[in-house]
Design a protein around this ligand. Sequence first.
Ligand code: UDX
Length: 434
Amino acid sequence: MRVAMIGTGYVGLVSGACFADFGHEVTCIDKDAGKIARLEDNIMPIYEPGLDTLVANNVKAGRLKFATGPAEAVAAADAVFIAVGTPSRRGDGHADLSYVYAVAEEIAHLVQGFTVVVTKSTVPVGTGDEIEAIIAKLRPDADVAVVSNPEFLREGAAINDFKRPDRVVVGIEDERARAVMTELYRPLNLNETPILFTGRRTSELIKYAANAFLAMKITFINEMADLCEAVGADVQQVARGIGLDNRIGSKFLHAGPGYGGSCFPKDTLALVRTAVTAGSPVRLIETTVEVNSARKKAMAAKIVAAMGGDVAGKTIGVLGLTFKPNTDDMRDAPSLDIVPALIAAGAKVQAYDPQGHEAKTMLADVDMKDGAYEACEGADALVILTEWDQFRALDLDRVKELMKGVALIDLRNVYRPAELKGRGFEYTSIGRRS
Ligand code: UDX
């Protein structure tokens, strides 16, 4: 099949490269000429394990191409994917659909023959209807079927998530699209991945419902963690104790500093707005949004308390700044709330992140170090903020020797309290007795 993928962000680039790897002929399109030139030189715009090799292999095999304009690829395509950003609209939290609609207008003029137009971007319920209307208005003769096909991949595990998903969701209103979408995902069909065909609006809502549920699940265990601290229980055992119940499941019950990233914060907010507009508010998700943003702020106070209540003039070493490991993404990272609050309280922050190049500009007042141990040097306290693998197996004796103080605040529960205490640290973690 011939695929035009418009937008080479996380979702577009990973999906395009994976479809090419499935054997389809894919053109990834982006207006940013610099980005396309770099991709042609196999320089990735994001850090995602395995992506550079996947792209290089498929370019070499002639199945993956890049272009700055959609004209040629869209005219030839069996399926055109819209994978441009849908950020939170400033002020009201609604998803900003201006990029999606601009692409719809652009492709309306270019499609030839029967073409399936697919939204891969996360878009609010009814966006597919609007895209259909835009195309019909500009090109009444165009023969298109507009489909919703949300993407559930996680950053840092994106290729595996695309190729071995729990399910594929496809929302269609025109039966002809079913065959095209089935053919596109044929390799997954052979693996017996469930492909769930639904109506288009239902599919659009499934994506938001999935992300909102996961965000709520994390927020639930985070509140349990606070309660554990208050009553002397252990949140990790609570998570295991409830997670072994198949109806609950053990995943996404890891307590931490609050969720961040490019999806959960934006999508929960957009769902809240959609629901309010539809006159059917989702109060659980409204509360999730509030609790999570309060939590990220509360983490700075937790660190200050662990350091005796005053951090003025103190040096704090921070390990990990990205919103989670294996990504360079800083969007809505808890570090963006926590680190400035520590600096405002008078602390000097020195930090290390294996992919923290963006953090350098976003957290300009931080002294960025070149390695984990450099971030420990002379520190009164050490904070583990993102659980990169290399922070899970630190040489703790060396850490202790390098530090000035003994406070270790582990916001990801990477270490065991008894072990750290045995080594002479004053250890604070999430939802466990120190
Ligand atoms: C998420 C969804 O998982 C994915 O299906 C969707 O397509 C996009 O949004 P992503 O944002 O890449 O993916 O990361 P994810 O691994 O889900 O983590 C999101 C946030 O939740 C991170 O800040 C992470 O630290 C936090 N988290 C996750 C927890 O605090 N505890 C957990 O148990 C799991």
